[in-house]
Design a protein around this ligand. Structure first.
Ligand code: AMP
Length: 620
């Protein structure tokens, strides 16, 4: 039986554009989505840096237009990828923040914080979002939270999964499980349906979010949830639809005004926000307007876009989604008529054209909209968190079997991919395959582990490699057993073993390709603590400044009252007035000061003022 974790456990949907957190409520027998400090059930996955503070979530997104170069989003599109990856190179064109190549081609984001340049990797940005989600939960639960289940797109590769786990560690979380987003949504849907005792059902999850697209086919039967196949695109979602609209309007602006706004980061940010809003409107209306005052060089920009135009500019992306649906069914060896329910998940599944194409694909079947597309993934993650937590009584004893999204194997002579674990195999899984040496007296074998579907090994994603020494012998006479195992988080371990002369050797590799080292993670944990301490200090300082400002206001009002001030001695009046001037100047020039300066000065001012007032009371 799997190990159970102590203490409260939350489910976090760490999204490209928005994140959501939920917790299982034993007393209510259900998972609950937790509101953030703004009263919102979803939180923008944004982090911003200013001269004096770090902002996460709504506060970061709200100031994005005025601070575009230091407002970071889309970390999920960077995580676990190389800087030279074409996906990153393309995305960079539209990011207002700077990304550079760091050690080992790892992308690093450059921001200015407290007047200094900082380099951060995607794991650190994601860890800040995770920390925010944890704090939202802690406030709601009124207790510290350590344990979490975090979701990832089903099509995330091994590097992206591990990098997400690292982000959790930097955030100080014990990531109990990494689960696939559509699987989590399937759990949420299945739990809802389970109550109506529906028997065996094939459920197709269509999850089109802000940055990623995932589909999964699950078979639900009683307490068993079996993923049959999964497919997707880790770079397809609402952001791409926004981008198309942004490009279209940049061109229109250039045509109308003969100037190019694309180099103006603030203008681009404002345009992008307006496009996202227009896109949402087009899900309910047939036309949306863009109205931006003085967007670039003092020029106002007014435009409108019809739903038909929006559909036309994104049609090839929508069709790409349907191709993925088709390939998932083919992988599951199931025809479309065998699917009982088609469940919509992810904010972009609200787009009418997407719904129409999907419904047509499933021969007119009514699409299921009974679960909230923005919240289902976090809801499912909270169910999974409850399942692996100690002491939760009311969660049903569900059994979830997921699959591995990509084939895993080794390179054979001639750059051929030899698959050890085919894609869509149920996990956890352990498979062994035997290979032989290929030369006479070969002294070692280099084992290269790949992930992907291409025949040529080098066209796939290299996860890692290691050398394995073998005793000299004629070719083909030394059998090498290679064992691949994937745990329930989808994380892979590979070991090799040779059995000659009764000797046995084994080496285990985990994919460390591009991954943060233990030391780097520790450094980042420390850095995260420094950021946290600075945030706390900033909050303390703002609180102290506000308290001093309130008190100064109160003193000023009293001093303006002639009845009181006329009773003060000249010395006391001067003392109070000069303290008020000092207080005001401290507030006006607050940049360099620490919180305690304001706290101490407030005490000093209180003491001066109170003692003068006491003298009046005593009639001195
Ligand atoms: P998610 O990652 O599931 O939170 O989805 C976020 C994405 O859904 C963003 O790109 C949003 O712009 C998009 N979205 C949310 N609501 C709508 C809507 N009504 N119509 C179109 N897209 C939407």
């Amino acid at each position: 039986m799997a190990k159970k974790h102590k203490g409260p456990a939350i489910g976090i949907d760490l999204g490209t554009t928005y994140s959501c957190v939920a917790v299982w409520q034993d007393q209510n027998n259900t998972a609950e989505i937790i509101h953030n400090d703004q009263g919102n059930r979803i939180t923008p996955s944004f982090v911003a840096f200013t001269n004096d503070q770090r902002l996460i979530g709504d506060a970061a997104k709200n100031q994005a237009a005025s601070n575009p170069a230091n407002t970071v989003f889309d970390a999920k599109r960077l995580i676990g990828r190389k800087f030279s990856d074409s996906v990153i190179q393309n995305d960079m064109e539209l990011w207002p923040f700077k990304v550079v190549s760091g050690f080992d081609d790892k992308p690093e984001i450059i921001v200015k914080y407290k007047g200094e340049e900082k380099r951060l990797c995607a794991e650190e940005i994601s860890s800040m979002v995770l920390t925010k989600m944890r704090e939202i939960a802690e406030k709601f639960l009124e207790s510290p939270v350590k344990n979490a289940v975090v979701t990832v797109p089903a099509y995330f590769n091994d590097s992206q999964r591990k990098a997400t786990k690292d982000a959790g560690v930097i955030a100080g979380l014990n990531v109990m499980r990494i689960i696939n987003e559509p699987t989590a949504a399937g759990l949420a849907y299945g739990l809802q349906k389970r109550e109506s005792n529906i028997g065996k059902r094939n459920v197709f999850i269509f999850d089109l979010g802000g940055g990623t697209f995932d589909v999964s086919l699950l078979t639900l039967k009683g307490d068993s949830f079996d993923v049959k196949a999964t497919s997707g695109d880790t770079h397809l979602g609402g952001e791409d639809f926004d981008n198309r609209m942004v490009h279209h309007l940049v061109k229109e602006f250039r045509r109308k005004n003969k100037v190019d706004l694309s180099g103006n980061a603030r203008a681009l940010r404002r345009l992008r926000t307006a496009c996202e809003r227009a896109k949402r409107t087009l899900s309910y209306d047939t036309e949306a307007t863009i109205d931006l005052d003085s967007i670039h060089q003092g020029i106002d920009f007014y435009s409108s876009i019809t739903r038909a135009k929006f559909e036309q500019m994104n049609m090839n992306l929508f069709e790409k989604c349907m191709d993925t649906v088709n390939s998932c069914l083919a992988d599951a060896k199931m025809d479309r008529g065998s699917v009982d329910d088609v469940v919509l998940v992810g904010g972009s599944s609200r787009i009418p054209k997407v719904r129409q194409l999907l419904q047509e694909f499933f021969q007119g079947k009514e699409l299921c909209k009974s679960i909230n597309p923005d919240e289902a993934v976090a809801y499912g993650a909270a169910i999974q968190a409850a399942l692996v937590s100690e002491g939760i009584k009311s969660v049903p004893n569900l059994i979830l079997r997921d699959v591995t999204p990509l084939s895993l194997g080794v390179e054979l002579q001639g750059n051929l991919m030899s698959v050890v674990i085919p894609r869509n195999t149920s996990i956890p899984v352990k498979k062994t395959k035997s290979y032989h040496t290929v030369y006479d007296n070969q002294s070692y074998v280099t084992i290269k582990v790949y992930e992907g579907e291409r025949t040529r090994a080098s066209d796939n994603n290299l996860l890692g490699l290691f050398d394995f020494s073998v005793p000299p012998a004629p070719r083909c006479s030394i059998p090498i057993k290679e064992c691949f195992s994937i745990d329930s988080d989808g994380i892979l371990n590979v070991s090799a073993e040779e059995e000659t002369n009764a000797s046995k050797k084994a080496i285990t590799i985990t994919n460390e390709n591009g991954r943060l080292s233990r030391e780097e993670i520790e450094k980042m944990i420390l850095q995260a603590e420094i950021f946290k301490a600075q945030d706390m200090e900033f909050k303390k300082k703002v609180k102290a400044i506000n308290a001093l400002d309130d008190y100064l206001y109160k003193v000023r009002k009293v001093m303006e009252d002639n009845c009181v001030s006329s009773k003060l001695t000249t010395v006391d009046k001067e003392k109070i007035n000069s303290a008020m001037i000092k207080g005001k100047s401290l507030i006006d020039n607050n940049q360099q000061e620490d919180a305690f300066v304001f706290v101490d000065f407030l005490k000093e001012l209180e003491s001066i003022f109170e003692s003068s007032m006491n003298k009046i009371k005593k009639g001195k």
